[in-house]
Unconditional design. Structure first.
Length: 81
């Protein structure tokens, strides 16, 4: 798969996925697994581009379940902060 101009292959951006990016299946757009290749744990950054779906997925990865109302409130917080 060709690398795009925004694909981080070195530095602190390796393994970082913005919630504005389709991060549900990162293997579809990351050139390699950052943990397997570099020992860098993947992380997701909630930004002003956050969606309720993204916030819900991040919460699930952290062991929390959000209902629709909680997801909207968390999304509004992420966008404001």
């Amino acid at each position: 798969m060709p690398l795009s101009v925004t694909t981080p292959i070195v530095g602190t951006g390796v393994g970082t996925i913005s919630t504005g990016t389709p991060f549900v299946h990162p293997e579809l757009f990351q050139p390699y697994g950052p943990h397997q290749v570099l020992g860098v744990e993947p992380r997701t950054v909630l930004t002003q581009l956050a969606s309720a779906r993204g916030v819900t997925a991040v919460a699930a990865r952290l062991g929390h379940t959000l209902d629709e109302s909680q997801a909207r409130a968390a999304m509004a917080w992420a966008k404001a902060v």
